[in-house]
Design a protein around this ligand. Structure first.
Ligand code: CA
Length: 237
């Protein structure tokens, strides 16, 4: 069984880092959003298996994020309306919790929280939902990516990627054409303080490019001095 991908939506840096570090140590793939806008992008492009959602966000209310997921169009969109959602919030009143469930959260945990309890609840939610079939696929040019089975194809031919190569590709595919900085990718893919470990990133990106680039096709582009971006294969570099 491949590790589950957890989207952590949390604007408080210390809490976000704490969650990312511990969840990564427990074998999850972690992707992080510090705002509602960033969360929407990752929800649309990175196919998390579950999301931990803080309610007080700098650019909006986490409750709106819950509605955004639950009202998603299953067929047309990339966003799964049945995505398990766990609210982790400092809003502790019963009314706040009821509002959360009303908007569609599956579980509601109060801050301050016990990490062990959070992890147990995540496992319970994942157990219940992991056998649910999902068909969401992402296509960029002739590159195709299935987040559920973690399979990748170029021009219909399967490409075998390591776990981290896949995570890197998925991060880039979350927002095709965006240039991701090395810092964004290190934190987004490795999920812990990996600053300065740019050689780790560069070696994974190098192998990813070798595996994906067929003939004249180029998908992963190195933007010198900044980082990487994904293109649709029609550009040559
Ligand atoms: Ca907050």
């Amino acid at each position: 069984m491949q590790p589950a991908t957890i989207l952590v939506v949390e604007d408080h840096l210390t809490t976000r880092n704490f969650l990312a570090d511990n969840l990564t140590a427990d074998g999850y793939d972690v992707i992080e959003a510090e705002s509602a806008a960033a969360a929407r992008q990752l929800l649309a492009g990175s196919f998390p298996d579950i999301a931990i959602v803080d309610l007080g966000l700098p650019d909006g209310d986490g409750l709106e994020l819950l509605s955004h997921v639950r009202t998603a169009d299953r067929v047309a969109g990339r966003l799964d309306p049945d995505l398990p959602l766990l609210v982790l919030s400092g809003r502790v009143s019963e009314l706040d919790q009821l509002r959360g469930f009303d908007r569609g959260c599956d579980d509601y945990m109060l801050k301050p929280f016990s990490y062990h309890e959070l992890n147990a609840r995540l496992r319970a939610l994942l157990r219940r939902t992991q056998r649910r079939p999902r068909t969401a696929r992402l296509r960029v040019g002739s590159l195709e990516l299935d987040s559920q089975s973690r399979q990748v194809w170029v021009g219909g031919e399967p490409v075998s990627l390591s776990k981290k190569e896949f995570a890197l590709l998925r991060a880039l595919a979350g927002e095709p054409t965006k240039v991701f900085t090395r810092e964004e990718l290190l934190r987004g893919v490795w999920g812990f303080m990996a600053m300065g470990q740019t050689r780790t990133l560069d070696s994974h990106a190098f192998r990813l490019r070798q595996k994906l680039n067929r003939g004249e096709n180029r998908f992963v582009i190195n933007v010198w001095g900044i980082g990487y971006r994904l293109v649709d294969g029609s550009l040559e570099s």
